[in-house]
Design a protein around this ligand. Structure first.
Ligand SMILES: [Zn+2]
Length: 322
């Protein structure tokens, strides 16, 4: 089969087209054909590398995958636990020590074929294309786990989504709207702020953020951390699932204890949470936000768009390796 593979960490030139033997299904697995892969910021980290973290190269990237199997379109669960440990048994696969993310800790979808366990298949709803559906799982799950699982979002709360035009941002806005919240979101770009307003959230530039939020969604890290903390109401919760601008931040402890703030770390989520969120996708209450579709062979260009923050929502790659 054909695939894109990362042999060494570095620039987009490290995304190499290669020929590999077809993957053979292990007992209980099925072989599926890949039609689309959506990019996430995680793809950039897998390509560039992260200090003191091993991705186990060589690696085929791609966490969000749409496939064809038995004549119909499906998307794949992007992550899973071992299924056996105490965390997995209690429904918290996201805390499993052997937690895996497709395209990060195992080979991903940038290939013509994949082998998967059938429980990982989620049906593409009739009202969506395979490309649209592929854009959803990882960011939907991340935002759902952050807001519903970790922050325990309540109806009518005031929510700030930092980087509202990002993949996680557009999902967080929709989930918070679903809970009847007063949703605000930031973006540096006027065009993207217009799109945020069309999604029913109040847009703000980063320099001008109002205060008194019950929940703040943080994915940016260093550049927005201080503003995010200041924007919290007394008793507010800050949920953080990423640090695209850098992971080292300061923290004013007086602010933390006087205002009785809660800081919540969040990463991915469990398969049951994605199934719950997928019911909203099937009902049409959560919609994909796809900025553009590119052929899979132009994956380097797609990485560039993501790194330069030139997207509103997602970039999806269409199979053209064969
Ligand atoms: Zn486990």
């Amino acid at each position: 089969m054909k695939a894109i593979r990362i042999l060494e960490h570095g620039g987009v030139e490290q995304l190499r087209r290669v020929d590999l033997p077809d993957p053979q299904p292990a007992p209980g697995e099925v072989q599926v054909g890949v039609s689309h892969v959506a990019l996430n910021h995680l793809d950039v980290w897998v390509r560039r590398g992260v200090p003191r973290h091993s991705f186990g190269l060589p690696r085929i990237p791609g966490s969000d995958v749409a496939v064809q199997h038995e004549g119909r379109a499906w998307v794949l669960q992007p992550s899973w636990g071992c299924g056996l440990c105490n965390s997995c048994q209690s429904g918290r696969q996201d805390l499993c020590k052997k937690f895996k993310i497709r395209g990060e800790s195992t080979d991903g979808g940038c290939a013509s074929l994949l082998c998967v366990a059938p429980w990982m298949l989620l049906p593409v709803p009739k009202h969506l294309s395979a490309a649209e559906a592929a854009s959803l799982p990882l960011t939907l799950l991340t935002a759902w786990h952050m807001l519903v699982g970790r922050a325990q979002l309540q109806r009518g709360e005031r929510v700030l989504v930092q980087a509202g035009g990002s993949g996680v941002g557009v999902m967080a806005i929709q989930i918070a709207r679903l809970f009847g919240c007063d949703v605000h979101a930031t973006s540096a770009d006027e065009g993207r702020r217009r799109r945020i307003a069309e999604m029913g959230a109040v847009p703000h530039p980063y320099e001008d953020i109002p205060k008194n939020f019950d929940v703040v969604v943080e994915t940016v890290g260093k550049d927005t951390w201080e503003a995010s903390c200041k924007a919290l109401a007394w008793g507010g919760r800050l949920a953080c699932c990423g640090a695209t601008s850098g992971p080292e931040v300061g923290l004013n402890l007086r602010l933390l204890f006087f205002k009785q703030l809660t800081l919540l770390g969040s990463t991915m989520g469990g398969p049951a949470e994605l199934r719950a969120a997928w019911r909203e996708v099937e009902a049409g209450t959560i919609r994909p936000v796809v900025d553009r579709l590119l052929p899979m062979s132009r994956i380097g260009e797609a990485h560039g768009l993501l790194e330069r923050r030139e997207l509103f929502g997602k970039v999806v790659l269409e199979q053209d390796l064969e």
